[in-house]
Design a protein around this ligand. Structure first.
Ligand SMILES: Cc1ncc(COP(=O)(O)O)c(C=O)c1O
Length: 394
């Protein structure tokens, strides 16, 4: 898509605004389905944060099934809005958050809460017993690989081998109100770490080597823990793995029933950095040129939507269109202003838009109440984000 295409499409809109290019989204969905092979796809809602898009994805293909929620409160809300098959990917500990999903479970919805510690089991068992309910849970398997001097992964689950899994499952046997419905192992170091970052040739090589070794180990671990659950008499119906950046490898694991995808649908710019795939930037935002302090500098109002996680240039939003725009190193993207350096052929004037991309997919929509849906040169719909619906979870 070109600058003039979007400029014309959005003529007259006040800025800043967020947009989603449905034509590019459709292409991403097709590519993601192809990349997932035979596996079902669960949508990571934290990387989408818009109910309209969740519903659109679910209706697009039977292969896309279920939501990976980021909090129990979100799951309760989505269930109330008619969605089902909700796997909450991070632990819920407050009794009110846990009990908040009971009405949905009692009405027949499928919701799973995440666990890996005995303390999780004890808390969930207590609240479920008080509520007189059988609560489906998911065991989070740690997918980290430890190399000498390198912790390749994230600090998440404590269940990282057969011994810890066995102890956890034995404790679960004493929890009459809990049912092991799912296993999940998220290989963050494969799925969420780019291995084709511009200008980082040596590091890319090291990361690819570490990834190759880690992939073999995590497949073995996931299968071993899955087999153990069966041996111990559990029957989880879901074995979840992966993320946008690991589909090619996660799909190869036989015991995995489904992969998770979120970021790939919008293709925020962190996901430009992978060797084996490239999705299209379907979501973005526009900021308005309001000043021109120098010939080649166009200063826009607002724009500083920086992403969470480790700090660094990869977390800064990037100018997308017109092509050739760059940020000013000493200012980057700011709270009230974002100066843009541009020396190209477009005739930019005050009031014109600069189109930007966020580093992370879902976080973009936390800054906007609505999203303009674009298709074939027209704004075809205006839809609320989670925030626009008054929902704010994390
Ligand atoms: C548990 C879990 N699964 C999967 C994902 C992958 O999401 P995405 O496709 O947006 O990278 C994440 C992202 O952080 C996650 O936390």
């Amino acid at each position: 898509m070109t600058y003039s295409y979007y400029k014309k499409t959005f003529e007259g809109e006040t800025m800043p605004f967020a947009y989603l290019d449905k034509d590019l989204l459709d292409k991403n969905i097709k590519d993601i389905i192809a990349r997932s092979g035979e596996k079902k796809i669960r949508i990571a809602s934290k990387s989408v944060r818009c109910r309209w898009v969740l519903q659109y994805l679910l209706e697009y293909s039977d292969q896309i099934q279920g939501i990976m929620c980021f909090t129990a409160r979100e799951a309760a809300w989505l269930a109330g809005e008619g969605l089902d098959d909700l796997l909450v990917a991070y632990p819920s500990y407050h009794p009110k958050d846990i009990a908040g999903i009971f009405p949905a479970l009692q009405s027949g919805k499928k919701i799973y809460l995440m666990t890996d510690l005995n303390a999780h089991l004890e808390r969930l068992q207590q609240v479920a017993a008080e509520g007189g309910i059988t609560l489906p849970i998911c065991l989070d398997m740690d997918m980290t690989t430890r190399f000498p001097g390198i912790y390749f992964g994230v600090y998440r689950s404590s269940v990282n081998d057969l011994g810890s899994a066995k102890r956890f499952l034995a404790r679960l046997k004493d929890c009459p109100n809990l049912r092991l419905g799912a296993l999940m192992g998220y290989e963050a170091q494969i799925a969420g770490v780019g291995d084709n970052v511009k200008g980082k040739g040596l590091m890319n090589g090291i990361i690819r080597t570490l990834k190759r070794k880690s992939i073999v180990e995590i497949a073995r671990r996931r299968k071993a823990i899955y087999d153990l659950t069966l041996e111990m008499g559990f029957e989880p119906e879901i074995v979840n793995g992966g993320g946008t950046g690991s589909l090619e490898t996660t799909r190869e694991e036989e015991c995995v029933t489904e992969v998770t995808v979120g970021s790939g649908f919008y293709a925020s710019h962190l996901f430009d950095n992978y060797k084996v795939f490239r999705h299209r930037p379907s979501a973005g935002y526009a900021i308005e040129i309001v000043r021109r302090p120098q010939k080649d500098i166009y200063t826009c109002l607002g724009g500083g939507y920086v992403a969470s996680g480790t700090y660094g240039p990869d977390k800064i939003p990037l100018p997308h269109l017109p092509e050739g725009c760059t940020l000013v190193k000493n200012e980057m993207a700011g709270e009230v202003q974002t100066p843009i350096i541009y020396k190209g052929n477009e005739d930019l004037a005050l009031g014109d838009p600069i189109f930007m991309r966020h580093s992370k997919a879902g976080e973009l929509f936390e800054h906007f109440k609505e999203v303009l849906i674009v298709s074939e040169g027209r704004v075809v719909e205006r839809i609320p984000t989670y925030r626009g619906e008054g929902q704010c979870f994390l």
